[in-house]
Design a protein around this ligand. Sequence first.
Ligand SMILES: Cc1ncc(COP(=O)(O)O)c(C=O)c1O
Length: 440
Amino acid sequence: MNNSSEDLRRQILEGVARYYDAAHSDREFVRGKTRVQYAGRVYDEQEMVGMVDAVLDFWLTAGPRTQVFERVLAEFIGTREVIPVNSGSSANLVAVTTLCSKQLRGRRLEPGDEVIVPATSFPTTVAPIVQNRLLPVLVDCCVGDYNIDPEAIEAAISPRTRALMFAHTLGNPADMSKIMPLVKKHNLLLIEDTADALGSKFDGQMLGTFGQIATLSFYPAHHITMGEGGAVYTTSRRLAKIARTVRDWGRDCWCGYDNPTDGKCGIRFDREIDGVEGHYDHRYYYTEIGYNLKITDPQAAMGVAQLAKLPGFVAARKRNFKFLYEALGRYSEFLVMPEWHPLADPSWFAFPLSVRPGAPFARRDITRFLEYRGVETRLLFAGNILRQPGYKDIECRVVGDLAKSDLVMAHTFFVGVYPGLDQPRLDYMVEMFGEFFASL
Ligand SMILES: Cc1ncc(COP(=O)(O)O)c(C=O)c1O
């Protein structure tokens, strides 16, 4: 046996592929045993081989594979710059912090500026607004599509309103035909949280490309995963540079993953700082109050393998959604079926349902029934976030009575459509819905 490092690597990677086959490839559905998950990792030997290959390189931080990931994801979205970070929550934090940068001068968000955000949100879509000392202005959502209510945006605008931030809920595009004219009319900055909406389009345009900056999550529940991970993306090179600075300790250096001796700027050793004698290495020159939210190359290797599968994932999500929509439509007397805009082309994250007022059962009855039979359900994240203990006392402005957000909090849940749901799992899920309604 040849023991050169290349040969050993090949043997290891072949072994990993065989290991995948032996240990991970069996996804047979066993009634009463297999859970019908609401989401999960979908992978094959490519992801495992890619990650192990990266580990053998032992490039422990972000490196060459991260660069490939950035490029391929940017191409898929049709954007210019992708800045990978270690979670979707970090992506939202970096995106909002970037728009607060002093480098943006008069265009920047300043403490006390208002940011309109739906009350029915994932918590870390709202958190960075508070963390950056901006004022969240909470507005209501619509039941059925669960997105921000465009009418509520108009009603919420004040002279201090500078930005709009929302997630396209569960992959379902918000009504951009009403929202974009408002954004333009009031000169708002738009931050799109597309954590659940990778591949969704509105009127043929990829979500996340409507505003200045957008975000993604690569947690295993999402359209692609790298374990933990996320990304900020933008067509603005300026915002991208600031976002990288915010992500990377606040340092100005933009050498990226290459680190040429003289710096990419070519003047690494020629920088000066006010009040400091001589020169200061640009690598230690800080222009923002930053964090360290970077990813590692083994994560990126997984991301690259997932990106190759993404078009298939999007198609499977749409197919599964369509199947459930047709199969569960018969319960629309008791359950509000999901709704979407005629111009929307959703790459669904999940299948949302709301128990109608007056139904002869409560949400807890149906979710418990399904869960006890192995069909996973989830609630629409935080519901009305102002009812959550951590958020109920935040400084904010509330527009309207948030009645729909309360309704969502009390009556809405979702089941999965992720690509790991094959026909036996989907059939079983529909059968369990049937058993629930038969039991009433
Ligand atoms: C809409 C939305 N935004 C942000 C996040 C946060 O992503 P992460 O879990 O990667 O921090 C999530 C997570 O599910 C989400 O659904």
